[in-house]
Design a protein around this ligand. Structure first.
Ligand code: NAD
Ligand code: IPM
Ligand code: MN
Length: 354
């Protein structure tokens, strides 16, 4: 029996609704596999936890998480209770940084049965490789003066190590997919970081002579995601550019409620963390209508990461079969609720296992 220790953090809002649904799918995977056991430890870390304790997670939170095989997270953020920069900085970003999850991989591709909002969507299959530890998300900066004299400085940090490793990851994935790599830049407007980004990209490309490369400014690239996504393959981007591109990627698939993500630790010292691209969606929380597919596809990415690719493929096939059968939540044009979609995915997994 292969046992995998998973830390589960549902977090806030619909995170608390979709995480249990994805765990039901993983239960079905356990049954189908026969030799696989998930050993879950649940953590209540969230904005409510902050209200009770004054912290998003305990001081030794990272230590508690450090020996798991993976972390499965829902979403963090309830601005009615805790300002976002405090809640996200105290939990999600703390884990990403503390566990050196320096890469964030986020697929955006046409799934069978999904209706893209694009008028004439060609069959696109994009893999966004987002830098996940530095860039525009630095905590370096500050405020001086007050009133109309107030000045705020927010520094972006780009290290040779950080930029090289995210690009290397992008090149490697492009190589494995037999595809090409597009770099998101803005070197026409941003004077230091982006010319450096381009320089490293050119330098790295020399090590990968067989991989076709493109460099596009982020504004134009955002438009290409909408007008010709089929011309893109792997896209490597800085932290903020990758964040924005992944919501566009989710939107052209059909909904932000679908898109999955993996925060990857490359050096094997710490667990990687899997969480959907979407947030806690306070506007729909409590209604039972959240799309569980983002969280369930995220579970598929976690299975792949843990060496269970065959099980991962079964989950994705079940998601597609469910979509094709018309069992969908409202955000993608259906009228089913969260549990009904999960039930259909589980039924599909069980049907194919027989
Ligand atoms: P959001 O992703 O929560 O919601 C944006 C829109 O998409 C909303 O209309 C929402 O209803 C819809 N949506 C999102 N997920 C859905 C799903 N599974 N099914 C159906 N519809 C879905 O983004 P936001 O409104 O900018 O942020 C809300 C809170 O979540 C904030 O506190 C924000 O900081 C936080 N957030 C957290 C994460 C994370 O933990 N990874 C990511 C993004 C935002
Ligand atoms: C995401 C989210 C986070 C990010 C926020 C909530 C800090 O938008 O995971 O995409 O910007 O990384
Ligand atoms: Mn985001």
């Amino acid at each position: 029996m292969k046992t995998l220790d998973i830390a589960v953090i549902p977090g806030d809002g619909i995170g608390k609704e979709v995480v249990p649904e994805a765990l039901r799918v993983l239960d079905a995977i356990e049954q189908v596999h026969g030799g696989l056991k998930f050993n879950y430890t649940h953590y209540p870390w969230s904005c409510e936890y902050y209200i009770e304790t004054g912290k998003m997670m305990p001081d030794d939170g990272l230590e508690q998480l450090s020996s798991f095989d993976a972390i499965f997270l829902g979403a963090v953020g309830d601005p009615t209770l805790v300002p976002d920069h405090v809640s996200l900085g105290g939990l999600l970003l703390k884990i990403r940084r503390g566990f050196e999850q320096v890469i964030n991989v986020r697929p955006a591709k046409m799934l069978k049965g999904l209706v893209s909002p694009l008028r004439d969507p060609k069959d696109f299959d994009i893999m966004i490789v987002r830098e996940n530890s530095e860039g525009e998300y630095s905590s370096i900066g500050g405020r001086v003066h007050s009133g109309m004299d107030e000045v705020v400085v927010q520094n972006a940090v780009f290290t040779k190590k950080g930029v090289s490793r995210v690009m290397e990851y992008g090149f490697d994935i492009a190589g494995k997919r037999g595809g090409h790599l597009t770099s998101a830049t803005k070197s026409n407007g941003i004077a230091h970081s982006m010319p450096f980004w381009d320089e490293v990209f050119k330098e790295m490309a020399e090590n990968y002579p067989d991989i076709r490369t493109r460099s596009e400014h982020i504004d134009a690239l955002s438009a290409f995601f909408v007008t010709k996504p089929e011309t893109l393959d792997v896209v490597v981007a800085s932290n903020l550019f990758g964040d924005i591109l992944s919501d566009i990627g989710a939107a052209i698939m059909g909904s932000i409620g679908i898109a999955p993500a993996g925060n990857i630790n490359l050096n094997g010292k710490f667990p990687s963390m899997f969480e959907p691209v979407h947030g806690s969606a306070p506007d729909i929380y409590g209604k039972g209508i959240a799309n569980p597919i983002g969280q369930i596809w995220t579970a598929k990415m976690m299975l792949d990461h843990l060496g269970e690719m065959e099980m991962g493929a079964i989950v994705l096939a079940a998601i597609e079969e469910t979509l094709e059968s018309g069992i969908k939540t409202g955000d993608i044009g259906g009228s089913s609720n969260t549990a009904e979609v999960t039930d259909a995915i589980i039924a599909s997994i069980q049907k194919h296992a027989q």
